[in-house]
Design a protein around this ligand. Structure first.
Ligand code: NAG
Ligand code: NAG
Ligand code: NAG
Ligand code: NAG
Length: 439
């Protein structure tokens, strides 16, 4: 699923309403039940067109709840400016909302318990901080480099793309991956099926009990379609260096203790090497299609098959840190590092923030040295409202040489939320902005 990231800039000057955005990139606005969207058709789609600041200039890109979409203004450093932009659907009742820039400032030093005790305070600050925010940037202090931004291409994405004609598909690819669109450069994709697919599937489902994976000699038809879409995505987006991260949700059921796709199930120890070979085989077959894999993870959400199987009914493979340490250190790590694909990055955990850094500490105590096989950590965003970002700080403090990648942040997963798009939902955009800001 493509998860769009909205960045909201709250600056110390106001946005007023005047003349309309013109040009081929104009947003064709349409109101929905949830908010405002720009209509993209085969013949018209709006783009940002990659504005470049000159020396001493700032480019401000404004999107607003009231209807601005990628409105571009060039300002100069050191001057006070007022941005004047039109609201395509402008009405004075809506304009007022523009000034309510709610901000949630979470102190990253807080622990989970402190955060709970401070909840009232945080809610209060959310309601009262309507004024402009002043951000002070100390250029001398640098933190981690940003590897990039991206989305995911799953079985349902392939299915949905096939419902559209080529021109609309191209607009989707370009809107996300072209530098005139969001300029994404990362992409996550499942090895086999996942919870965003039409049905569970894996390679070598038959024959069973086949550690040599004798039937995993070519890609699946699902992949043929995906590879065709990705080739097109790269070509219409002018993107040579698409960084693809692949992760498996579940092996074929015969490799698992419970013999089915979901529920409480772990990898049978006799298949530890087969499951490592399965990953390498996928990397080789994708490379043979000229679609190199940049990174893999040790598997999607290992806790689903151990602790959360009452709620999670999709493909999963359970791991506890101890067993995952053995598999990574004795099987997957050496298999990848002794292969032609030794430079493929390996990310650990690929699960929620609340398991950081304990997951890695436990792995480390089972197999000292196992963490050397990991290039980075992959984290998902579910429950970030409850678990403080200080867990990530603590993890990176212990292991400062690792990359950190947020590999999943879909919205609508909770029982009380809409399971699907809320087209134009500003609230959902804010949830992304707030979460990525405090990660
Ligand atoms: C910008 O505005 C602020 C507040 O009105 C003022 O204090 C400051 O001197 C102004 N700066 C410039 C460069 O005009
Ligand atoms: C609440 O937040 C403040 C600062 O934001 C912090 O100093 C304090 O330790 C937090 N926890 C509690 C229990 O007050
Ligand atoms: C190999 O897998 C295909 C499905 O991908 C299946 O139709 C076929 O029967 C399998 N071959 C064997 C020998 O099990
Ligand atoms: C790993 O274990 C060693 C001791 O065996 C310890 O010094 C180190 O801090 C541990 N690292 C992590 C990240 O748990």
């Amino acid at each position: 699923m493509f998860c769009k990231i909205l960045l909201v800039f709250c600056l110390s000057f106001s946005c007023y309403i005047s003349d309309a955005n013109a040009g081929s990139s104009e947003c064709l606005p349409r109101r929905t039940k949830y908010g405002l969207v720009c209509v993209c058709t085969a013949t018209h789609c709006d783009y940002l067109e990659n504005p470049q600041p000159n020396d001493n200039e700032v480019v401000v890109v404004s999107s607003s709840k009231e209807g601005l979409r990628f409105a571009v203004s060039n300002l100069r450093f050191g001057e006070n400016s007022t941005i004047t932009k039109s609201n395509p659907l402008g009405s004075s009742a809506e304009e007022k909302e523009e000034f309510k820039n709610a901000a949630v400032i979470v102190d990253s030093g807080q622990t989970f318990a402190q955060l709970l005790l401070n909840t009232t305070k945080i809610l209060t600050s959310r309601l009262t901080s309507n004024g402009p925010l002043e951000l002070q940037v100390d250029r001398a202090v640098e933190y981690q480099k940003i590897t990039g931004f991206g989305g995911a291409v799953t079985g349902t994405v392939s299915y949905l793309l096939e419902l559209l004609d080529q021109q609309l598909q191209d607009h989707i690819f370009k809107s996300y991956y072209h530098k005139d669109g969001l300029g994404f450069n990362l992409l996550r994709t499942p090895i086999g099926g996942c919870d965003f697919d039409m049905a569970p599937w894996a390679y070598n489902e038959e024959p069973r009990d086949d550690p040599k994976l004798s039937n995993f000699t070519k890609l699946d038809p699902h992949d043929e379609l995906k590879v065709a879409h990705l080739k097109r995505l790269k070509s219409v987006s002018n993107l040579d260096d698409l960084k693809i991260m692949a992760a498996a949700w579940s092996p074929p059921p015969w490799m698992k203790s419970n013999g089915v796709w979901s529920g409480f199930g772990v990898l049978k120890t006799e298949y530890y090497q087969a499951w490592a070979d399965y990953h390498l085989r996928f990397i080789e077959l994708m490379d043979a299609k000229n679609m190199p894999i940049w990174a893999i993870s040790t598997g999607n959400e290992p806790l689903n098959g151990i602790a959360f199987f009452f709620f999670v009914h999709f493909m999963s493979l359970g791991w506890i840190p101890k067993n995952q340490a053995i598999w990574l250190n004795d099987f997957l790590g050496p298999t990848i590092r002794n292969s032609k694909y030794k430079d493929v990055l390996i990310f650990g955990n690929d699960d929620q923030r609340f398991s950081f850094p304990t997951w890695f500490n436990r792995m480390n105590s089972t197999r000292p040295g196992v963490l050397n096989y990991l290039d980075g950590f992959a984290v998902h965003w579910y429950w970030d409202e409850v678990f403080a970002p200080s867990l990530m700080d603590l993890t990176l403090k212990q292991m400062p040489d690792k990359l950190l990648l947020n590999t999943e942040s879909c919205i609508g997963d909770k029982p009380w939320q809409t399971h699907g798009p809320e087209l134009g939902s500003w609230e959902r955009g804010e949830q992304y902005a707030v979460d990525f800001y405090i990660i």
